[in-house]
Ligand binder design. Structure first.
Ligand code: HEC
Ligand code: HEC
Ligand code: HEC
Length: 425
């Protein structure tokens, strides 16, 4: 059969298959044991759960994800059939869609209705029912359900101008900062995923970066834009769209901008004082024969390797000092999604690499050479996340002060056009 026709037909069958399991309401909680939740829905739900939920609720929904111990309120034990059976499918849908704060539960449960499609949230409901082995509440996609994710306009140039004006007038006022602090800690879920330092102690969740030095690491314009719409800048981020109004994003930015400073090594001054040449920096960055060959691991505008993060607009998203720290002392802050793991296999082999994905079947990593590896849980004897970076830590010794300044100037030149850079550091 002609390949094109074949794929058309299979796409068609898939649609029929999907709609035929779908017709009855997901909210239809009437018990009919002859009808079972479609397998495909559970599978889809599981993949989403691993990406967005398992860090708090645990892979098997037991409430024991790695982040759970940092939360003031225990994440619900979704695998507990007894407590879950009291809920309708619609009630479970609603918590995920609106977040805890939207249904008079803890604000630490984030809102997902601005991140996932309706169909995806139903898939999560199906997976949660499956976790507890509950067959008395089969889940089906309701008719006419939307399977497109919510789309938000990126923050425009005009929005950013309005923000900059606001920030100049109001950003340092106590009232703005306090309003932002309250949202961060008590109303929105920020604290469930981000740490802050209070009385020399770190508190808060660890899914996203520590924000105790946010003011020194990010410029206000970037903070505002990211908080409004993280997915416009990083589609696969685990940070949900927090459904904040622009007034809320403004005060959150005021709060975060006031936080902390980076502990500078005393010998960093020369690097910061030297004037760099971005063109020379660029050649160093991409030179396979050079001392550093940054592009072995990093991409800029689609060019380069996959081991480290994409740096295409790092000049907008990180302050100059943060960038310098990233080059001289990479382990100081490990970029979200790039932790290093060390695996000891049952054959007593050590494997190390950047963790990409983990579920109950195994872990996927990228090694130093850029190879994708999958190690199944049955092969693993021991496994832990390490506080080291896969990025070499000896650039300070390898490079001249001028070379570092050149690379820094190159990174700072990598900007998003719509940002004015007015409030940048
Ligand atoms: C940052 C941590 C965190 C993440 C991430 C998270 N949750 Fe929660 N979740 C919580 C907390 C805490 C509660 C408890 C709220 C309460 O009881 O007041 C909760 C409660 C719930 C409840 C209500 C359960 C009940 O018995 O009342 C559901 C359902 C739920 N979460 C589903 C999800 C799903 C699905 C995801 C992923 C899309 C997810 N959660 C992601 C922390 C989290
Ligand atoms: C469910 C967890 C979660 C919640 C809730 C959450 N974040 Fe995040 N946040 C993340 C993760 C993960 C990242 C790392 C982004 C990435 O690179 O994917 C992040 C990154 C950030 C960053 C740094 C952006 C950058 O350039 O790397 C800021 C600032 C931030 N979040 C602010 C907030 C604020 C403010 C809130 C509350 C309104 C919030 N976050 C709620 C998980 C979360
Ligand atoms: C062997 C691979 C490798 C090489 C070579 C490498 N990096 Fe990295 N880089 C990484 C990894 C992995 C991370 C993420 C972990 C971390 O934060 O340290 C990272 C993080 C970074 C970050 C922080 C990004 C962010 O968004 O937080 C910057 C900036 C950076 N690298 C710049 C450079 C520059 C400049 C060079 C060359 C002088 C370079 N890297 C060479 C692997 C590499």
């Amino acid at each position: 059969m002609n390949l094109r026709i074949f794929s058309l037909i299979s796409a068609f069958l898939l649609v029929i298959g999907f709609t035929s399991v779908v017709w009855a309401g997901g909210g239809d909680d009437s018990v009919d044991l002859n009808r079972k939740t479609p397998e495909i829905l559970v599978k889809k739900g599981k993949a989403l759960f691993v990406h967005y939920c398992a860090h708090c609720h645990g892979l098997a929904g037991d409430g024991d994800g790695f982040n759970a111990e940092y939360l003031e309120k225990e994440p619900a034990e979704l695998s507990d059939q007894k407590s879950q059976a009291k809920k309708t499918n619609h009630q479970i849908y609603k918590v995920i869609n609106k977040g805890g704060a939207g249904v008079r539960k803890s604000h630490l449960m984030p809102v997902f209705g601005k991140t996932l499609s309706e169909a995806e949230i139903w898939a999560l409901v199906a997976y949660i029912r499956d976790l507890g082995g509950d067959q008395s509440h089969p889940v089906f996609l309701p008719q006419g359900v939307n399977s497109d994710r919510p789309v938000f306009e990126s923050v425009s140039k005009e929005d950013l101008q309005t923000f900059n004006k606001w920030f100049e007038d109001e950003g340092e006022k106590k009232s703005s900062i306090q309003a932002g602090e309250k949202l961060f800690k008590k109303k929105k879920s920020c604290f469930a995923c981000h740490q802050l330092e209070e009385e020399e102690e770190k508190i808060g969740g660890r899914i996203g970066p520590d924000l105790s030095q946010a003011g020194a690491r990010y410029g206000p314009e970037w903070l505002y834009a990211w908080i409004m719409n993280p997915h416009a800048y990083k589609r696969e981020t685990k940070m949900p769209n927090m459904a904040v109004a622009s007034e809320e994003a403004q005060v959150l930015t005021a709060f975060l901008s006031g936080l902390g400073s980076i502990n500078q090594e005393t010998d960093w001054q020369p690097f910061l004082q030297a004037t760099g040449n971005p063109a020379t920096g660029k050649s160093l960055f991409f030179d396979p024969e050079g001392k550093v060959y940054c592009s072995k691991c990093h991409r800029v505008a689609g060019d380069g390797g996959m081991i480290g993060p994409d740096l295409s607009f790092v000049g907008t998203s990180r302050s100059r000092l943060f960038l310098l720290e990233s080059i001289l002392d990479p382990k100081a802050v490990i970029t979200a999604g790039y932790s290093t793991v060390l695996i000891l296999t049952k054959e007593r082999k050590f494997i190390t690499g950047v963790l990409k994905f983990e579920d109950d079947s195994g872990v996927s990593i990228v090694d130093k050479e850029g190879n994708d590896l999958f190690v199944s849980k049955t092969q693993i004897k021991k496994y832990k996340t390490q506080k080291i970076s896969m990025m070499p830590g000896n650039f300070k010794d390898l490079l001249e002060v001028q070379e570092v300044a050149d690379i820094l100037a190159y990174l700072q030149s990598l900007k998003l056009a719509e940002f004015s850079g007015v409030s940048e550091k």
